[in-house]
Write a protein that binds this ligand. Structure first.
Ligand code: NAG
Ligand code: NAG
Ligand code: NAG
Length: 328
């Protein structure tokens, strides 16, 4: 049944019963999407089934369940075309790097440490504090609640300046973390970008956060060779931040591609909403502080992009999301 031109994509499935895969005789892209959205409902993930293979089907192809090896329940569905996205668009924070957990949090801690304030924000606490938007507001609210450090001034006016100076230092330390490459890229990011660039798929990073930080992340962490081929849309290039689709619409327009042929990688519900409102396909790779958000609208949801042997998806999978829906 499998033809030589069949595209194979690997996908991690937490729990997936083979009955679901065999149920339909003419397995269509709709089925593939339902596999992915089925997957998106899963909260408990297991890497034990990594390696499960799925092939995207066309109208005449049928699914069959194939045991690729004794260790993986292979669910295979066949495709004969290999569509590629015209552009692959990445969010920055949480997708390229887990900026909040591994970057901003560390920089706040380093600042508090340097100023000997006797304060540290651990991963859980920082997750709570993220509900307060803005770094200065976050520190102020925290000190308001837990008490101001001994070293902090007493008047509200001076406290404002104290917070502003902590925030300036925190921003410097954050940039230094990137420049020294102490902020790790998430697994699979470099691989997927290389696959895309290698096939002539346009790659862009679309973020409505600070342009300077986004550019630094791309150039320092992805390196000069990749970054010269990656277009960045960041900061105030659009008037409205995500979930407004403006940043993605601008990217498609500037790159000269149709939004419906773009695949977006996001990590948050807000980013997902922006991508879908722009008419794009969207894969969610969950990050530290977004894992529990609602991603029902996503075309696929994974823990990460991943590098082999722990790969969750690759460029062929991104392309498979664009295949026409054949309704039998
Ligand atoms: C679907 O796959 C079959 C078998 O691989 C192939 O012969 C056929 O041309 C494909 N159809 C489309 C619409 O891609
Ligand atoms: C912190 O407390 C001050 C003084 O009560 C108040 O003016 C300010 O709005 C509070 N800020 C935050 C972010 O909680
Ligand atoms: C909980 C935590 O990550 N604490 C760290 C905050 O930053 C200081 C300074 O780098 C570290 O010493 C702490 O371990």
């Amino acid at each position: 049944m499998a033809s030589s031109s069949t595209t194979t994509i690997s996908l991690s499935l937490a729990t997936f019963s083979s009955t679901a895969a065999t149920a339909s005789s003419s397995v269509t892209q709709t089925k593939t999407s339902s596999i992915c959205s089925f997957r998106s409902h899963e909260r408990t993930l297991s890497s034990s089934l990594l390696g499960t293979r799925i092939r995207v089907c066309n109208k005449t192809a049928r699914t069959k369940v194939v045991d690729k090896s004794s260790t993986s329940n292979g669910i295979t569905c066949l495709a004969s075309s290999s569509v590629l996205p015209s552009a692959l668009l990445f969010d920055c924070d949480g997708v390229l790097v887990d900026t909040e957990k591994d970057g901003h949090r560390i920089s706040f801690n380093d600042t508090f440490d340097e100023r000997e304030l006797g304060v540290t924000w651990d991963v859980d606490l920082y997750g709570e504090l993220l509900k307060i938007g803005g770094g200065k507001e976050r520190m102020t609210a925290y000190f308001n609640k837990t008490g101001w450090p001994e070293k902090a001034p007493k008047s509200e006016e001076e406290r404002k300046e104290f917070i502003a100076s902590l925030h300036r230092r925190k921003t410097e330390l954050f940039m230094a973390l990137i420049e020294k490459k102490l902020l790790p890229l998430r697994p699979g990011v470099a691989k997927l970008i290389d696959q895309a660039l290698g096939k002539g798929v346009k790659v862009a990073v679309c973020s409505t956060s600070n342009e300077k930080a986004v550019s630094a992340i791309v150039s320092f962490l992805l390196g000069p060779e990749r970054s010269e081929k990656i277009k960045i849309f960041a900061g105030d290039v659009v008037p409205r931040k995500k979930p407004d689709p403006a940043i993605y619409t601008l990217a498609a327009k500037t790159l000269g591609v149709d939004p419906s042929s773009c695949v977006v990688v996001e990590d948050s519900a807000i980013g997902l909403a922006a991508a879908k409102a722009a008419g794009m396909k969207c894969i969610v790779t969950k990050s530290g502080y977004t894992a529990d958000e609602d991603f029902l609208n996503a075309d696929a949801v994974f823990d990460c992009i991943g590098d082999p042997p722990e790969e969750c998806f690759d460029l062929a999978f991104c392309g498979s999301l664009l295949e026409k829906q054949y309704v039998s």
